[in-house]
Design a binder for this molecule. Structure first.
Ligand code: RUQ
Ligand code: CUA
Ligand code: CA
Length: 627
């Protein structure tokens, strides 16, 4: 195959804003230039990888990983748990998607939570914090597709809340506060009319976007701040004072060309104390029929929102483990902007200009997206166009920025990744306990790295050893589309229950029904008829269901409520009703329920779909539907 050298000069010119905007640009941004599948362009300055050995990602059979990796599943709508460093996928947690294995989006409670929707687009997974590190309580994840925030309870590893964010399209970046389980801040990426009820359709100047605060404990929407530009990625500081949002469409355009018009866009900085005060004082309005207080901060600079001009179409923003710097990546500029968080106070008070908070702007490569940290003062930025990871030193970048004459070079190393890296994260990188062991590079294209499985290829989540001076790639990890982001968490911070705990809100619902019907969920097997509604309480204990036969009439609405009496770790049962699209999991000591209409007369076997016993296949009974 003929190798085609990428035209770096042209790309640079484009980045400088002088190239004609059009198809060529779109192709280069989409990472289509390197059809050759060869190594990264030499112009990126990257060193070839995988030549020398780093720490081994191999975990011996029977041994456990050292970290939990929480991965977003992208447009699969789920969260995944991987072991790091083995990169073995351990679990999928359905969130916004339908999952036939567990019955998510089919069971009564999950259906109610999802309000009939069965798809989503998760990007950003973050855990709840206390004192700057993970407190092992909750996982938060966004749904960009339908403007929602979900929470997973870590003890149960089950989604326990989903909140619709009013008037927000493209809920993208989210970040919890880090000093305690406080607010979770959520960015609307898409500007839209306020309210979006048919007004201002052709008047994009009037569109706006909302930065939303949701209480991480109660999952209530507390307040929203309205700004003019779009908001992409989100970050919080470590003290609970600020949240950040990158805006790549500060132009307020509706086309890609228009969104690239200006050399600089902005980093929004939200002053959380001032906002909370204004909300408490009622300086807010509401939008449409939403009751959530909205602070209109369009156009004003302070005391609520500051806009720091940064180049160009910025994407990621990450706060380093010392809490001193927020680092925003240029995407269409080869630079990262380093913002000194302690200077923000003076800027909010008008003593210095917003731009004075930028203390460095190192050139890291073409298409910087996200930055991770090792806790030793170094930053690792994912570079999409060059397909590299750039390791650079933050203090050196600041010295270079201020130096007159000879400037120190902050760039330590660039390493090829395969290919077109999006997100990046390092072990404990988003906490004050970043430990500089492992870096995961979530590459959007895998091309030739795996067996060809058809037009849809896996993504390639590469594992990089960052424990030494030089980065070393040690593993290629195929993943189903499309993880955007991941956090890598020390295993001793995560303690899920081995038996189903019955604290989740759904258990209240079963207990109320049982009380109504005079039933003990763990003991009784009983069919309760109420007109055409038939509730079937049934237990499971390997290898038997409590009922061998359930008799109903055609047209009845049948609700199975199944409680698993087994107390043996991992001994799951479930219920699948033949020909009725009913299929769900019941963990040990769990209760689950699903409702359907028995619309066909006949005999339908219900069976346990989880292999639970030598007599698992015999674990079944008849649903007899009388004509
Ligand atoms: S954003 S790379 Cu959600 Cu970077 Cu995906
Ligand atoms: Cu119970 Cu299989
Ligand atoms: Ca722009």
């Amino acid at each position: 195959m003929k190798k085609r050298e990428p035209n770096l000069e042209n790309r640079r010119e484009f980045i400088a804003g002088s190239l004609v905007v059009g198809a060529g640009l779109a192709a280069s941004l989409a990472g289509c230039e390197r059809k050759d599948q060869g190594p990264a362009p030499t112009g990126s300055g990257a060193e070839p990888s995988t030549k020398h050995a780093g720490m081994s990602p191999h975990i011996e059979p029977g041994q456990l990983d050292h970290y939990y990796g929480f991965w977003s599943g992208g447009h699969s709508g789920e969260i995944r748990i991987l072991g790091v460093p083995s990169m073995r996928e351990l679990k999928r947690i359905p969130v916004f998607n339908r999952d036939s294995a567990t019955g998510w989006a089919q069971t009564d409670y999950s259906k109610k939570m999802l309000k009939g929707r069965t798809s989503g687009d998760t990007h950003h997974v973050h855990l709840s914090y206390t004192d700057g590190t993970y407190d092992g309580r909750y996982i938060f994840v966004n749904d960009k597709a339908q403007g929602r925030l979900a929470r997973v309870d870590i003890e149960s590893m089950e989604t326990d809340a989903i909140v619709d964010i009013p008037h927000s399209q493209g809920t993208h970046g989210i970040f919890p506060q880090r000093h305690k389980t406080g607010l979770v801040l959520c960015n609307a990426e898409f500007r839209s009319p306020m309210p979006n009820d048919g007004r201002d359709l052709d008047d994009p100047k009037k569109y706006a976007a909302l930065h939303t605060a949701i209480d991480g404990e109660t999952m209530e929407v507390k307040w929203q701040v309205m700004v003019e530009g779009n908001m992409d990625l989100c970050a919080t500081d470590y003290k609970g004072l600020y949240s950040f949002a990158t805006s790549y469409n500060f132009e307020g355009a509706t086309s890609a060309e228009g969104m690239m018009a200006n050399e600089r866009d902005a980093l929004y900085v939200f002053n959380l104390e001032n906002i909370a005060k204004a909300v408490a004082e009622g300086k807010t309005t509401t939008i449409g029929d939403s009751k959530v207080p909205v602070l209109d901060a369009r156009g004003d600079d302070g005391p609520y929102v500051m806009r720091i001009p940064i180049p160009k179409n910025p994407h990621g923003v990450n706060v380093d483990p010392t809490g001193k710097y927020a680092i925003a990546s240029g995407k269409l500029s080869a630079t990262c902007s380093v913002i000194e968080i302690d200077k923000l106070k003076d800027a909010f008070e008008g003593k210095i200009k917003p731009r004075d908070c930028v203390v460095a702007e190192p050139e890291v490569g073409l298409g910087p997206l996200h930055t991770a940290f090792d806790g030793k003062g170094n930053a690792y930025t994912s570079i999409f166009l060059d397909s590299v990871v750039t390791k650079w030193n933050i203090e050196k970048a600041i010295q270079a920025h201020n130096a007159k004459g000879e400037k120190p070079d902050p760039i330590i190393q660039k390493i090829d990744v395969h290919y077109q890296i999006g997100h990046i994260n390092a072990s404990m990188s988003e906490t004050k306990e970043a430990d500089g062991k492992w870096l995961v590079a979530l590459c959007k294209f895998s091309k030739d790295r795996f067996l060809n499985v058809g037009p849809l290829h896996p993504e390639n989540d590469q594992l990089i050893d960052i424990s030494g001076e030089k980065m070393v790639i040690v593993h290629d990890g195929p993943t189903y589309p499309e993880p955007h982001d991941a956090v890598v968490v020390k295993k001793d911070l995560i303690h899920p229950e081995k038996m189903q705990n019955r604290k989740l809100p759904r258990f209240k619902m079963y207990e109320e029904w049982a009380k109504e019907d005079g039933v003990d969920l763990f003991k009784d097997n009983k069919i309760v008829r109420n007109g055409k509604d038939v509730r079937v309480y049934m237990t499971s204990l390997a290898p038997n269901f409590g009922l061998k036969e359930v008799r109903v009439k055609k047209g009845d609405t049948v609700q199975f409520v199944v409680t698993n009496q087994d107390k043996v770790e991992d001994l799951c049962h479930g219920l699948c009703v033949s020909q009725h699209d009913v299929n769900f999991l019941v963990n040990p000591q769990d209760t689950q329920s699903e409702t359907f209409v028995a619309d066909k007369a006949g005999v339908y076997w219900y069976y346990c779909p989880w292999f639970c016993h030598a007599l698992h296949l015999e674990m079944r009974g008849r649903l007899i539907v009388e004509a």
